[in-house]
Design a protein around this ligand. Sequence first.
Ligand SMILES: NC(=O)c1ccc[n+]([C@@H]2O[C@H](COP(=O)([O-])OP(=O)(O)OC[C@H]3O[C@@H](n4cnc5c(N)ncnc54)[C@H](O)[C@@H]3O)[C@@H](O)[C@H]2O)c1
Ligand SMILES: [Zn+2]
Length: 379
Amino acid sequence: MKSAASSATRVRASSGDYRVFCQHGCLKNLSREIDRLGNFSSVHILSSERVWAAVGKKVRRGIPAKEKVRIHLFDDAETAKNLKTVEVLARKLVRAGADRKSVLIAVGGGVVGDVVGFVAASYLRGVALVQVPTTVVAQVDSAIGGKTGVNLPEGKNLVGAFYPPSLVLVDPEVLTTLPAREFRGGLAEVIKYGVIADAKLFAFLEKNMSRILARNHRALEHTIRRSIEIKAYVVSKDERESGLREILNYGHTFAHALESATRYRKYQHGEAVAWGMMCAALLGHETIQTPPNDVARVVALVRQIGPLPSWPSIPAQSLFDLMRADKKSKFGKVRFVLSKKIGHAESYDHISEKSAICVLRFGPHLILRPMEALGKCHD
Ligand SMILES: NC(=O)c1ccc[n+]([C@@H]2O[C@H](COP(=O)([O-])OP(=O)(O)OC[C@H]3O[C@@H](n4cnc5c(N)ncnc54)[C@H](O)[C@@H]3O)[C@@H](O)[C@H]2O)c1
Ligand SMILES: [Zn+2]
């Protein structure tokens, strides 16, 4: 997957492999890396006002002034992640003379990456795409794996395409300007990788969380690089989410219910995932004999990333009904990704409604109690 000396991780995709390059300051090599991909007729950077104000200078430094580069800024609010924005961007590209030999560079968080990825997939039936992710979520998750798309009024990410980029350039230095809440939320996804695939990463996070929260260069780069390797491994094995890729949903079945029950207003996604992972750990204890010590470690690590908005005052049954309605449940059966021990996870479809509701009802209280008191959940 990756040689020890290099900072590049290879991702396999049916339309061709690509590299994810991760190193502090690597943005200064942007132009060279694009040249290595081929000869492009024009370069189009697509970003948002906010991201460009924060990282634009660094990106510009990586592309010599002599190169023909056009910059197109658009709104990266989640509410603007829609087909209208796709149309606006495509029309901007036409007017700027972008052709089949152009390359699009998405500079931003997951919203920018998802929208620009979909534009790249559909503009002239597909043009080259480079992802320059600027949030923790985008660096360790959304920029890798080729999922692109936008929301409809009926739901999130309902229109999209699998469209792998030609290159992902991850520079952890750009995270210095990321607001604290976004940064901490992203760390929830990082903890997820430890739980589902890498006990060593999990232990590293336990030991180094305060350095990571202080955005220490070395600790952050190691964390992000290892997370990228895990995501790359999973999506390389299962590009279209027919099996292994499901484990990336650890904590997400609960998270989506919390987000939807609170109309996406109360929790930042990572915060909902943080609650979701603690619930998944408890459900693992309840149903597949996850040892109490592992549950306690998951809860303790999640709590290290900081305070979370409180659990909503919504009946457990209503939250469970939302899980059943989730697009990822199959034939009305809720699937849960659970971890038998830290570093391993599997998807289960036979978890009883009673166990899940028990966790939804009592879990949040158990989580807030000293974990030594953890026992089986009885109603
Ligand atoms: N395609 C996938 O596989 C995948 C996976 C996970 C999430 N997503 C999608 O990603 C989106 C969420 O992405 P996100 O968490 O990156 O949030 P985001 O893109 O909404 O960005 C969060 C905020 O941070 C700002 N920002 C970004 N980088 C910055 C920087 N370096 N400095 C200062 N501010 C910066 C943005 O302008 C925005 O206001 C959702 O739409 C979700 O559906 C997609
Ligand atoms: Zn997520």
